[in-house]
Ligand binder design. Sequence first.
Ligand SMILES: NC(=O)c1ccc[n+]([C@@H]2O[C@H](COP(=O)([O-])OP(=O)(O)OC[C@H]3O[C@@H](n4cnc5c(N)ncnc54)[C@H](OP(=O)(O)O)[C@@H]3O)[C@@H](O)[C@H]2O)c1
Length: 267
Amino acid sequence: MPRACWVWSDAVDFGGRHALVTGGSTGIGLAAAQLLAARGARVSIIARNPDRLEVARALIADDGGTVCAVAADVADAAAQDHAIDRAESAFGPVELVFANAGTGGAFGPLTAYADAMFEQVMVTNLTSVFRLLRRLLPGMLERGCGSVVVTGSLASVRGMPMNPAYVASKHGVMGLAMAAAAEGAPAGVRVNCVLPGFIDTPMLHQLGDDPAALRARLGANVPQGRVGSAREAAELVAFLLSDAASHITAQTIAVDGGILGTLMPRL
Ligand SMILES: NC(=O)c1ccc[n+]([C@@H]2O[C@H](COP(=O)([O-])OP(=O)(O)OC[C@H]3O[C@@H](n4cnc5c(N)ncnc54)[C@H](OP(=O)(O)O)[C@@H]3O)[C@@H](O)[C@H]2O)c1
C-alpha cells in the first residue's frame, strides 16, 4: 500500500520538507537546489568554496526559497558531519538527499595514476556518500519516509580512458545507491542514481578552453546533437525525490540525450 506520508499532486510541492544537496553551489546541484526550493522544499546546500556558496544561497533566497548554506569539504568526515548538524539545526531532520558533490580528478593513464589522486577522487565521490547515507538513512528508516538521489555518471556503467579513479568511484557510488535502496525499500525509503551525460556545467568546462567549441564538440557525440543543461538534469532529480516517483527505487536513469541507449552508426 502507498505510505500515508506520500502526497500526490498535479503541482509538485515538497511541502517544507528538508532537502540536503551536496555540491549545491554550482552546476547540477545548484539547479536542483533551485528547483527544490521553488517547489516548496527547505534546502540546505553544502560545498567548499564559501564565495560561490554565498552566491548560490542568495540566488535561491532572492527567488523566495528557504535555504541554508554550509561550507564544508565532503571528503572530510568531521566537516561533512558538522555541516549536516548545522543543516538539521536550521531545518530539522533531512528528509530528501541529493548526494551530488563530485570531482573529476586528474586525467592520466591507469598505468601511471598516482595513489594520492586515486584516493582523493574515491573519498570525494564515493566514501563521502557512504558516510552521508550511514548518517542520514537511520532517521529515514525510523520515520518510514525519505528519498535519496545519488549522482553517478555514464562512467558508472561504462569504461572511459584516462580517468580510472573517476570511473571506479562512479561505478562504486551507483552500487552504493543500490545497496541503500535494498535496505531502504521495506521501510519506504527510496534511493536512485542519476547518470548525467554531457551537462553544461563548470565541471564540463574544465575539459576545454572555449566553452562554445567544447559544447559543439561534445554535442556531436550526443544523439540529440547537443549537450544537456543543468536544469534538465535537475528536473530528473526533483522528480525522483518527489512523491510522484513513490514506486521508483533502486533505479539508475541517464539524462544524456540518448547516448547510453542508442547505437548511431555513421554510414
Ligand atoms: N557535468 C557533467 O557533464 C557531468 C557528467 C557526469 C557526472 N557529473 C557529476 O555531476 C556532479 C555535479 O557536477 P557538475 O557537473 O554540476 O559540476 P560543478 O558545477 O563543478 O559542481 C560540483 C559541485 O560539487 C562541489 N564540490 C566538489 N568537490 C567537493 C567537495 N570535496 N566537498 C564539497 N563540495 C564539493 C562544488 O563546489 P566546491 O568546488 O566549491 O566545493 C560544486 O558545488 C558531480 O558528481 C559530477 O561527477 C557531471
